[in-house]
Design a protein around this ligand. Structure first.
Ligand code: HQG
Length: 195
């Protein structure tokens, strides 16, 4: 029988939980959603002081070394975070208003949004809305939109955005790494991708 103390069990749990994936998810939670339960101060561009961020992460993962946090930031496949001049921020995905300093761009003629099958009809009816986030997030390819949609549904629906027409109609698009961000897309620019 196990004789581990509850403290030891807790410590093992923390070590297991501090995988790069869980650390990345926790950084997203802190930097995208500004939880009141952690002592973080954001500037208007969404940056927090590096030392403050490290201390907040160590509240959750007491064993974590600064280097491991840097590794997650530098190795994030989707470049979710940036570390600049002693400050860090999330590069997209915020649920509170930040000035990311993004440039408006002329988008490619089509952009794609992967979502759950049961949300697609509502999107076609009401338009693409940012819901809990500051922006709507769009992918430049069907493959990338599939990966986004698979977070919600193993066989996602892909909404096609006629971004050329939307841009011509006055909707602003921002380039953000591999993604394109916008505030809302009305139904007339949307259709469903058919395999
Ligand atoms: C849906 C991840 C019903 C929308 C991803 C989506 C992305 C509607 C959900 C990034 C709707 C919002 C953002 C309408 C929109 N009716 N549902 N009218 N309009 N929706 O998570 O784009 O891996 O805020 O389809 O890869 O899924 O975390 O947006 O399902 O790039 O770095 O409302 O987050 O990046 O969900 O994901 P989300 P998203 P990371």
């Amino acid at each position: 029988m196990s004789t581990l103390s509850s403290q030891a069990k807790k410590e093992i749990k923390e070590v297991v939980l501090a995988s790069p994936e869980s650390l990345s998810r926790f950084l997203s939670f802190l930097l995208r959603h500004h939880p009141a339960s952690y002592p973080l101060h954001f500037d208007k561009h969404g940056f927090v002081e590096w030392g403050e961020l490290v201390r907040a992460v160590q509240i959750r993962f007491p064993e974590i070394a600064e280097r491991e946090i840097i590794n997650v930031i530098e190795n994030s496949d989707k470049k979710r975070f940036e570390l600049r001049e002693g400050k860090a921020r999330a590069t997209y995905g915020h649920s509170f208003p930040v000035d990311l300093g993004l440039e408006t761009v002329e988008p490619p003629s089509r952009l794609y949004h992967g979502t759950a099958r049961d949300l697609a009809q509502s999107i076609l009816r009401e338009g693409l809305k940012p819901r809990g986030r500051q922006y709507v997030h769009l992918s430049p390819s069907i493959e990338e939109a599939m990966d986004v949609g698979k977070r919600r549904d193993p066989a996602p629906s892909i909404v096609v955005v006629d971004s050329r027409a939307a841009h011509a109609g006055g909707i602003l698009f921002y380039s953000c790494g591999q993604l394109f961000l916008t505030t809302e897309i009305p139904p007339r620019f949307l259709s469903l991708w058919e395999k």
